[in-house]
Design a protein around this ligand. Structure first.
Ligand code: FES
Length: 350
């Protein structure tokens, strides 16, 4: 939060816990367009309020981050204009940001329901932009949650620009949904194929080129490891083997978590090990057989899928949610991290 006195809107937002936000999103889902239903829930997992508050209030921030084995860029305040790039509603961000700033200047009612607050701002933005309300509610919720986490000063200081919308996301919302649901053709006699079916993982819907092939029943991380083109290594040093960051490849480290924007039904069901690991890491506590957050080293595909890769990973389930026992996952037999360090030291002649 900024050092200035909080506005009424910030004070109001600060009253809600992470579960209040999740409950508000759940109640808003019927008023959110299908194209952003998974995306908005994924965003709230990528920027969990309890974790951010714990880090914010830590006496020894470095020790806290170390305790969580934090890797990557988790700071929302560095990514105010971009954290939501995978939402269809990202394109409405300039208007949403302006509407939230205007609301902060006049807000007085402290008794509002959080979902109602989202809908009211969504209505104003939808009218201004002449788009359907369900298309803006998700990005408004993200905007208010961002304001809550970063404070008005930082929120206003962000430029309010958006990434250029190209590729699949340049299409209509319904076309995006249809595109995500489609599987690659298996050729003229594909229906006879029982092996060697090939599909596609799309990992950045803003660019047509951000895809890699995946074989039927292959783990997302295994397929990603063969995809070594592009600048992802320079952009994210966790990506040493393909675009999806990995370490252990055995559900023990939490590095490879991804959000599933489309095709979650085409992934294998969560195994007890993956479910338990996700709880230990703190990413999601769900009984869904095929949830929208998965470990890429565990989930296997049987069709085209669209994913989004979070910019950070950590292990915080016990500390933040307190609903898991000590970390009792067996360590990976061959840690990719050890392998990577061995390769690096061999290359440097040590
Ligand atoms: S790579 Fe470690 S949990 Fe998947």
């Amino acid at each position: 939060m900024g050092t200035n006195t909080m506005t009424n809107l910030e004070t109001y937002l600060s009253n809600f816990s992470e579960s209040d936000w999740n409950a508000a999103i759940a109640s808003l889902l019927p008023c959110i367009h299908e194209v952003d239903k998974n995306a908005v829930q994924i965003w709230f997992r990528f920027y969990p309020l309890s974790l951010m508050r714990t880090i914010e209030s830590a006496e020894d921030r470095d020790a806290t981050l170390h305790g969580f084995a934090m890797q990557g860029d988790f700071e929302l305040k560095n990514n105010i204009d971009t954290s939501h790039h995978f939402l269809y509603g990202h394109r409405y961000w300039p208007a949403v940001k302006a509407a939230i700033e205007a609301e902060a200047a006049v807000f007085t009612d402290q008794t509002h329901d959080l979902a109602e607050e989202v809908k009211q701002i969504g209505m104003l933005v939808a009218e201004k932009l002449k788009v359907e309300r369900p298309l803006v509610n998700a990005i408004v919720a993200v905007g208010l949650a961002t304001l809550n986490q970063v404070g008005l000063e930082a929120f206003q200081a962000a430029l309010g620009t958006v990434k250029t919308i190209v590729g699949i996301m340049a299409k209509s919302p319904d076309a995006v949904i249809a595109e995500r649901a489609k599987d690659d053709s298996q050729g003229l006699f594909g229906f006879l194929k029982t092996v060697n079916q090939r599909y596609t993982v799309t990992y950045d819907n803003l660019r047509n080129t951000s895809k890699f092939p995946i074989m039927n029943d292959q783990e997302i991380a295994t397929a990603s490891a063969k995809h070594m083109t592009g600048k992802f290594k320079e952009e994210d040093d966790r990506c040493w083997e393909g675009v999806v960051p990995v370490e252990c490849l055995s559900a023990s480290c939490g590095t490879c978590w991804v959000g599933v924007l489309g095709g979650q039904e085409k992934l294998t069901e969560v195994t007890p090990r993956e479910r338990r690991a996700m709880k230990v890491f703190g990413y999601v506590d769900s009984d869904e057989p095929k949830p929208f957050i998965r470990l890429a080293c565990q989930a296997k595909a049987s069709g085209n899928i669209s994913i989004v890769i979070p910019p950070w990973n950590a292990v915080f389930g016990k500390k933040i949610y307190g609903n898991v026992d000590e970390l009792t996952l067996e360590p990976a037999t061959t840690s990719a991290k050890v392998l990577r360090e061995t390769i690096a030291s061999a290359a440097s002649g040590e």
